[in-house]
Design a protein around this ligand. Structure first.
Ligand code: SF4
Ligand code: SF4
Length: 386
């Protein structure tokens, strides 16, 4: 089948799925997506524009935009359970910031969120009861999103939650068992995060080491709101898991390196670098590699989607990427304001630093970065979801 034929088939299947979902009862019939959008000053046109942007982000043809809009409209047909483990809640905050809600955060508010400790009124025994009821009532139907690293084994008790004193690992295992699809939201849940940084005193591990179910990782510290909402929309549209890389990250979001789409890439190739924060080269917008940018080793779409309603992202603001969507980045990407090439060269080339080569010619730095890039590319080769 040629590519057009494959798209037509995909379009037909997604339409059929949305038709079926539309027939299901809405879980939160009291909420109206368009009223919520209007009350925050978003027009129908803004919503369609947003749908077009999400369609592009999901690597779908532009003709799918009306389907993406429909997927958002039926998002209240699928129950969602969101669990918190050992973390800072920054991933939830990425979606829930209330001073200027985005269309993404309004859609998140509109989905059938059956359980989310940060936003629900219940606590203690009542909260635990709500979780058990949601799992029982929607067994096999709900989408599970988990935020935070999880202490494992003899350290499980470090994370003890709720009236019955269950451990986080226990809750995650129970909720995973009955979920339709499972997403690890943020680097803590995807790879362990800061809790798992050396010496990892609580033996924190990613969700994928707690359950034997397939877990889709949506890393980032925090991930952009579009990567969170996009994954839910993708599941609503197709009812199946997306194509994943070797770290179980959806390739539509994590298929390219930060370096590939960076607005400072031309400076890198020309050997024009910021030497110190605040220097003249920083004012000129030169490449941040020599002040520690980890963009060449980091797979994510920050430069495309940006943060805070698409206004900016770290490199635009003048700080290098810290590699927060990569496994163990707290240990492997530090020091955050020094080039990783120094590490690679110290071990591989008897102490010859990347700074020195950068002084000589940008192309040599490209070679230095390629050491890490090539190693990363090998382990990040794509694979199909099970
Ligand atoms: S991934 Fe980062 S932002 Fe999200 S909970 Fe962990 S530490 Fe916080
Ligand atoms: S090293 Fe960083 S700042 Fe420089 S081009 Fe690559 S991603 Fe951009």
């Amino acid at each position: 089948m040629n590519i057009e034929g494959a798209h037509e088939e995909l379009f037909r299947k997604a339409t059929q799925r949305l038709d079926e979902l539309e027939k299901l009862p809405a879980h939160n019939a009291n909420k109206n997506l368009f009223e919520a959008l209007e009350s925050k000053g978003f027009s129908r046109r803004d919503f369609m524009k947003w749908s077009g942007m999400m369609t592009t982000a999901l690597a779908l043809p532009a003709t799918f935009a009306p389907l993406t809009a429909r997927a958002a409209e039926v998002a209240n047909r699928l129950p969602v359970v969101w669990l918190h483990m050992a973390e800072c809640t920054g991933c939830s905050e990425s979606l829930l910031r209330s001073d200027a809600p985005s269309i993404d955060s309004l859609i998140f508010d509109y989905i059938s969120l059956e359980y989310h400790e940060t936003v629900m009124a219940a606590s203690g025994w009542q909260a635990e009861h709500n979780l058990d009821s949601a799992i029982e009532k929607y067994a096999g139907e709900y989408i599970l999103l988990v935020e935070g690293g999880i202490p494992k084994g003899s350290s499980e008790f470090y994370l003890t939650i709720g009236g019955h004193g269950r451990t986080g690992a226990e809750e995650a295992r129970i909720a995973s068992k009955h979920a339709k699809a499972i997403f690890a939201i943020g680097t803590c849940s995807s790879f362990g995060g800061i809790q798992a940084a050396y010496p990892n005193p609580t033996n924190a591990v990613p969700l994928s080491q707690i359950t034997n179910r397939n877990v889709i990782n949506v890393p980032g510290c925090p991930p952009s709101e579009k990567n969170i909402v996009g994954n839910v929309l993708h599941f609503i549209l197709f009812g199946s898991l997306p194509t994943l890389d070797a770290y179980n990250r959806p390739t539509w979001a994590y298929g390219l390196r930060i370096h590939d789409l960076c607005e400072r890439r031309g400076r890198f190739d020309a050997g024009q670098f910021v030497e110190h924060f605040g220097d003249e080269n920083a004012q000129k917008g030169y490449c941040l590699y020599k002040v520690g940018c980890k963009g060449p080793y980091t797979f994510n779409n920050c430069s495309k989607l940006r943060f805070n309603q698409h206004t900016s992202w770290p490199i635009q603001a003048g700080h290098g990427c810290i590699g927060c969507s990569e496994p163990n980045f707290w240990d492997t990407m530090n020091p955050f304001e020094e080039p990783i090439g120094n590490k690679l060269f110290t071990t591989s080339f008897n102490g010859m630093g990347a700074d020195k080569t950068a002084d000589t010619i940008g192309a040599v730095v490209l070679g230095a970065a390629a050491v890490g890039i090539a190693a990363h590319a090998i382990i990040s080769s794509t694979k199909e979801a099970k």
